[in-house]
Unconditional design. Structure first.
Length: 318
């Protein structure tokens, strides 16, 4: 057993190493050009792979070479201001005697697992003695386990939005659009990752000293549950979106109907009393001091209003 060590330039390169037996795990947080130059000097990695490991716009993929695998993964980072997750990239080089992980600082799970290996000889033996493929499996297993609280958060948000959608006083369109965007981002991350894991299982066998079939079966079970849950969440959001649109349209139409009724009631009053009081001199008008015509016109107005209300009621407009 070899105790964990750090390269003399590790601090400058954000590079850490831990070794057990013939396997060395190299972890680089926030990889830079200097870090990839270090890897180019010490490992025979393809220059395009090193370039892709610095990029932030690569798709999930596996590149297979005679002596190693190069894999690009993605994970989600929740932005509190926008309340929407963003996609971050991390990558790994997997070989017989090495595992190199490059990731942003937001991916704390790799840092935590690496620290456990640094501090505990028993943990180093458990993980590194089984091969680089097993260490990568452990990282993926922890990442998927950490994703279930994200699903719980989405489910809680859906529950809260449901109350807003069917409320007469609250608007839900903005909250629905935020959650819908977040679910789309989650699907863009997890569905390609599921495809990647299916392909990765067979290709990792040559870098693993134990049979990973059972382990990957459990991993894929978790991944399938995550993808199924995201599918269900998307369907629920679409239902809520349609319901909110229908209810919003209904509320708007109801407001228009109320305004129409008010105009229909006010129009005959304006017409009749305008003619009576201002625009024409009628027999029995105000100038002659006789109230009979006034009350007659008032009765006519009420009859017209009643007829209008009856018409609206028959047409189910009010």
């Amino acid at each position: 057993m070899v105790l964990p060590n750090k390269h003399s330039e590790g601090k400058q390169l954000n590079l850490k190493t831990v070794t057990y037996g013939d396997l060395t795990w190299v972890d680089i947080a926030e990889p830079t050009k200097e870090a990839t130059n270090y890897l180019a000097e010490h490992y025979n990695f393809h220059p395009m792979d090193l370039e892709d490991s610095l990029s932030t716009r690569q798709l999930s993929k596996i590149e297979e070479y005679p002596k190693y695998l190069f894999i690009i993964f993605h994970f989600q980072v929740y932005e509190k201001i926008t309340r929407v997750s963003t996609r971050k990239q991390w990558s790994a080089f997997v070989g017989d005697t090495f595992l190199v992980t490059l990731h942003p600082v937001e991916l704390k799970i790799i840092d935590d697992m690496f620290r456990e290996c640094e501090l505990s000889e028993e943990t180093r033996q458990e993980y590194l003695s089984r091969g680089s493929g097993y260490v990568l499996y452990q990282i993926m297993d922890r990442l998927l386990d950490s994703y279930f609280p994200v699903l719980d958060k989405i489910a809680s948000a859906l529950s809260n939005i449901e109350d807003n959608v069917f409320s007469e006083e609250l608007e839900a369109a903005h909250e629905l659009s935020i959650l819908r965007r977040d679910i789309i981002t989650q699907r863009e991350i997890m569905f390609p990752t599921r495809t990647l894991l299916i392909e990765l299982e067979n290709k990792l066998k040559r870098f693993t000293k134990i049979d990973l079939t059972v382990y990957y079966s459990d991993l894929m079970d978790h991944m399938n549950k995550i993808c199924q849950s995201l599918d269900e969440d998307r369907e629920v959001v679409e239902v809520f979106k349609d319901a909110d649109f229908i209810l919003s349209s209904y509320r708007a139409n109801r407001g228009i109907r109320i305004i129409s009724v008010m105009l229909a009631i006010g129009l005959p009053i304006l017409v009749v009393f305008g003619l009576y009081g201002m625009y024409s001199i009628l027999h029995g008008g105000i100038s002659e001091g006789s109230p009979q015509i006034f009350f007659l016109l008032l009765a006519i107005v009420f009859v017209i209003i009643g007829a209008i209300l009856y018409f609206f009621r028959r047409r189910h407009l009010i």
